[in-house]
Design a protein around this ligand. Structure first.
Ligand code: HMG
Ligand code: MG
Length: 314
C-alpha cells in the first residue's frame, strides 16, 4: 500500500506521557514540587491529555512513589484529561482516593516482558483485568489500556501482531475506551507499522487505537506518519523525548512531543498545542533533570532563540 498524504486527519490528539513514562526512567530524584509544576505547565501548553504518574508498587518504580501526592496536588485545568497508570486493585483504590477520573492499565503482547513488568503471565493479567476494568468503570473512571511490545520484545524478539490484536480486542470488550499500542523498545519501522496497524484496523476502529512509539532508533516520527495515513490520530509523546521503560533494557525516550507537534503544525494537522510554550516547559525541565533532552525541535528552537538573543545584544 502506498503512503497516502492527501487524506490525513485534520486534527490529532497528543497524549502526553512525559511525567509518567519519562520520569519513571530517570535515575535522578525529581522533587514532587517539580513534578507538579511540570504537569501544570504542560496543561497550559494546550495539551488535551496528560498521564501524570503511576500507582504501581514503589518497590518496582521508586521514582514515582509520590504518585498519590502528585495526583492530589496538581490543579486541574478545565478541558484537560488527566490519567495515571494502574496495575491492580491496590493501585485503582489509591488512584480513585487521589481524585483520578481516568486510569491506564497495561500489559504486554509477549510473555517474558509481561512477567518482568508485572510479575504475571498474560493469562493471569487478563484474568485480573476482567475484574479491575469493570470495577474502575463502576466507580466512574474511564480506562485506557496499553499493549506493550507489539512490534518486538527485548527478550523474545518478534511478536505475532495477531496475538497483540487478540489482547487489544479483549481489553476493549472489558470496557477500555482505547488501546495504545506500544513499541516499547523502539524497534518498529514504517512497513511493519503499516502491516500491524492495517491488521488491527480490520477489527478495531481507528479512534480506539493509540500510537505509542519510543524513539530508540529514530523511527518514531516516520511510524506516526504511517499511522496517521491509516486514519489513526491519537499519538503518545513525551515532552523533550523523556522516557523509557525500566523493564526493557535499552529502551530510550518516547517520541518527543515537540518533534511531533512541529511536524503536524507544518502539515496543517491541528493539535491545539502551543509549540513555543512547550519548548519553554521542556527547557525548564531539562535544567531540573540535569541533562540535555533528545528532542530535535527543542534543541533547534533553543539554538535559534540563543542566536536571536546574541544578535539583539550587539
Ligand atoms: P508483585 O511484587 O507481584 O505484587 O508486583 P504483590 O501484589 O505481591 O505486592 C508486593 C508489594 O507491592 C506489597 O507490598 C504490595 O502492597 C505492594 P509489601 O507487602 O511487600 O510491603 N503493591 C503496591 N504498592 C503500591 N501500589 C500498588 C501496589 N501493588 C502492590 N499498586 C506489581 C506486581 C504489578 C505491583 C508490580 O509488578 C508493579 O508495580 N509493576 C509496575 C511496573 C511498571 O510500572 N513498569 C513501567 C510501566 S509499563 C511501561 O512503561 C510501558 C508503557 O509505557 C507502554 C510501552 O512503552 O509499551 C505503558
Ligand atoms: Mg512507554
Amino acid at each position: 500500500m502506498a503512503l497516502k498524504l492527501d487524506a490525513l486527519p485534520g486534527r490529532a490528539i497528543i497524549y502526553e506521557v512525559g511525567p509518567r513514562d519519562g520520569l519513571q526512567n530517570e535515575s535522578c530524584t525529581v522533587a514532587t514540587d517539580e513534578k507538579v509544576k511540570l504537569i501544570e505547565s504542560l496543561a497550559e501548553t494546550g495539551l488535551p491529555a496528560i498521564e501524570m504518574t503511576s500507582f504501581v508498587s514503589p518497590k518496582w518504580i521508586p521514582t514515582l512513589a509520590d504518585g498519590p501526592e502528585v495526583a492530589r496536588r496538581v490543579r486541574r485545568r478545565p478541558g484537560v484529561r488527566y490519567s495515571a497508570l494502574v496495575p491492580n486493585r491496590q493501585g485503582l483504590d489509591a488512584a480513585l482516593a487521589a481524585g483520578m477520573e481516568e486510569i491506564a492499565v497495561f500489559m504486554s503482547a509477549s510473555e517474558t516482558h509481561n512477567r518482568r513488568n508485572v510479575n504475571k503471565t498474560i493469562a493471569q493479567t487478563l484474568a485480573a483485568f476482567e475484574e479491575l476494568v469493570p470495577a474502575a468503570r463502576a466507580k466512574g473512571a474511564a480506562v485506557r489500556a496499553y499493549v506493550s511490545t507489539v512490534y518486538g520484545c527485548p527478550y523474545e524478539g518478534e511478536v505475532d501482531p495477531k496475538k497483540a490484536r487478540a489482547i487489544a480486542k479483549r481489553l476493549l470488550e472489558l470496557g477500555c475506551f482505547q488501546i495504545s499500542l506500544g513499541d516499547t523498545v523502539g524497534v518498529a519501522n514504517p512497513s511493519q507499522v503499516e502491516r500491524t496497524l492495517a491488521l488491527m484496523l480490520e477489527e478495531i476502529p481507528a479512534d480506539a487505537i493509540g500510537m505509542h512509539f519510543h524513539d530508540t532508533r529514530g523511527t518514531a516520527l516516520a511510524n506516526v506518519l504511517v499511522g496517521l495515513s491509516l486514519g489513526i490520530s491519537t499519538i503518545d509523546a513525551a515532552a523533550g523525548g523523556l522516557g523509557g521503560c525500566p523493564y526493557a533494557p535499552g529502551a530510550a525516550g518516547n517520541l518527543a512531543t515537540e518533534d511531533v507537534v512541529y511536524m503536524l503544525d507544518g502539515m496543517g494537522i491541528e493539535t491545539g498545542v502551543d509549540l513555543d510554550k512547550l519548548v519553554d516547559v521542556s527547557a525548564a525541565t531539562q535544567r531540573v533533570i540535569g541533562r540535555e533532552f533528545p528532542s530535535k525541535v527543542l534543541r533547534a528552537t533553543l539554538a535559534v532563540r540563543a542566536r536571536a538573543r546574541r544578535e539583539a545584544s550587539h
